[in-house]
Design a binder for this molecule. Structure first.
Ligand SMILES: [Zn+2]
Length: 450
């Protein structure tokens, strides 16, 4: 079989693989390019394959860089089935609807062309079919199944087999260790090739204790200074993890309740979906649920659904904590809070997720002292702290161990979904430590798997 990399080659976003045999064509993921204006433009380019010719799509998880081009696929003629896990199906609907809403707003504000219309998004959702982990789905002479990736709720890696032929694994995104609520990443089976993400392929995260201490310290400093703690959070998973940790800190008594605003309608909806699927929880989360502890709620927490409620956060007395999206700060309600509070020395911005090149989040992470937000120039006096251990992605050690502890050694590894330095670092590490040949494919490169 042949595998062509149609996105996330030497960069993090735009995941899309095309698996092809003489009889069957399967797409794994159909994600959006994100971050810079250059990347936005890439979404408008042709797919590089005949969209009507695709027999099925398998989606690893609900992040926009894995599902975001599905409506475009439909716009260009795709009418077959999109397979995903059941929670991913529900979450994808929320994420795609939100993306379409932002496009509509940008169109009305700046006449920016829309990648697709609402009808394409709705049609894509109608084509979705939820399947459980480990259940094989047959499409032509291929079959595939989802296994738990432990990255975000419902996330999967995909094992694809050709009848009487090769076996290939697509990692999707691989979760961090000790992620609350989620079960650990499942063991990888034998394979002729693994396409593995490398977002943090050149880094080692801080340990769990550092993670909790940093969070606790950021809250204590904010309380002591009477300031504002702003946490930009991805609506899927990071926000819920943060609530879970804060619930824990308040309940164990190491943190007094502070006025905390969850200012993300999408995150609130995602938490509701998660409550419907306790069978996807890990043991600790199940135990909490069984004793009636709602870990998405703790004293001091308020959720703000409407714009008016969001604006009222400004009037609330300090100290206060604001959790809002978008996670990379390049849109959403977080921008209004940043305009208001970034130039205040008593403000802390806690970065807990990956910040793509070109985003406002990356600029703050890099220590820029003046940024532009919604046309305004804002001085940065706030302290910007970041902690990789909150990331939804495994670090280099986790990725190497995942390959290493498979049922049988992979014959070959391809590192994707990482900036070039990270992908190359991971490939080198896998090659040196495990003795497995590892490459970093280029955009639209086709690899023969035998
Ligand atoms: Zn992801």
């Amino acid at each position: 079989m042949n595998v062509t990399v149609h996105g996330a080659a030497r960069e993090v976003t735009g995941s899309c693989y095309r698996v092809e045999t003489a009889k069957t064509r399967l797409l794994v993921d159909c994600g959006m390019f994100q971050g810079s204006a250059y990347n936005d433009a890439k979404n408008f380019r042709e797919f590089g394959f005949d969209t009507k010719d695709v027999d099925a799509v398998a989606i690893t998880h609900t992040h926009l860089d894995h599902v975001g081009r599905l409506p475009k696929l439909v716009k260009e003629g795709f009418r077959k089935t999109i397979y995903l896990t059941k929670p991913t199906k529900e979450l994808a609907r929320i994420v795609l609807a939100d993306a379409e809403k932002i496009m509509e707003e940008e169109f009305e504000r700046e006449y920016r062309p829309k990648l697709y219309e609402r009808t394409h998004m709705e049609r894509a959702c109608e084509l979705m079919r939820g399947v459980d982990y480990s259940r094989w789905v047959t499409v032509g002479d291929l079959r595939f199944r989802f296994r738990d990736a432990g990255h975000v709720f419902g996330s999967a890696f995909v094992e694809v087999e050709q009848r009487g032929g090769a076996r290939v694994v697509f990692s999707g995104d691989i979760g961090n260790i000790d992620v609350p609520i989620l079960r650990p990443t499942a063991q990888i089976g034998s394979s002729d090739a693994v396409f593995i993400e490398s977002t943090y392929g050149d880094r080692i995260h801080e340990d769990e204790r550092t993670r909790m201490n940093t969070l606790r310290q950021a809250v204590l400093t904010t309380v002591k200074n009477g300031g504002v703690l702003i946490v930009p959070a991805f609506a899927v998973e990071r926000t819920q993890d943060l609530l879970y940790f804060m619930n824990h800190l308040v309940e164990e008594g190491s943190m007094h309740p502070v006025n905390t605003y969850l200012d993300s309608p999408m995150a609130i909806r995602v938490a509701e979906v998660m409550k419907h699927y306790p069978e996807y929880y890990d043991r600790d989360a199940l135990r909490l649920v069984s004793v009636g502890d709602d870990f998405f709620d703790f004293p001091g927490l308020r959720t703000t659904m409407t714009k008016e409620e969001s604006k009222s956060i400004n009037e609330a007395p300090k100290p206060k904590i604001i959790i809002a999206g978008a996670g990379m700060m390049n849109g959403g309600r977080i921008q209004h809070h940043l305009i208001r509070y970034l130039s205040d020395r008593k403000t802390t911005v806690l970065i807990i997720g990956y910040q793509a090149e070109g985003t406002l989040g990356r600029k703050l992470y890099n220590g820029e002292k003046r940024v532009r937000i919604l046309g305004e120039s804002v001085d940065v006096r706030a302290s910007i702290i970041s902690i990789g251990a909150f990331s939804a992605h495994g670090d280099q050690r986790k990725l190497v161990n995942w390959i290493k502890h498979g049922k049988a050694p992979a014959k070959r590894v391809y590192c994707t979904h990482g900036e070039e330095h990270a992908a190359v670092a991971l490939a080198t590490r896998i090659n040196e430590e495990l003795g497995i040949p590892a490459d970093v494919p280029r955009f639209e490169e086709t690899v023969a798997v035998e």
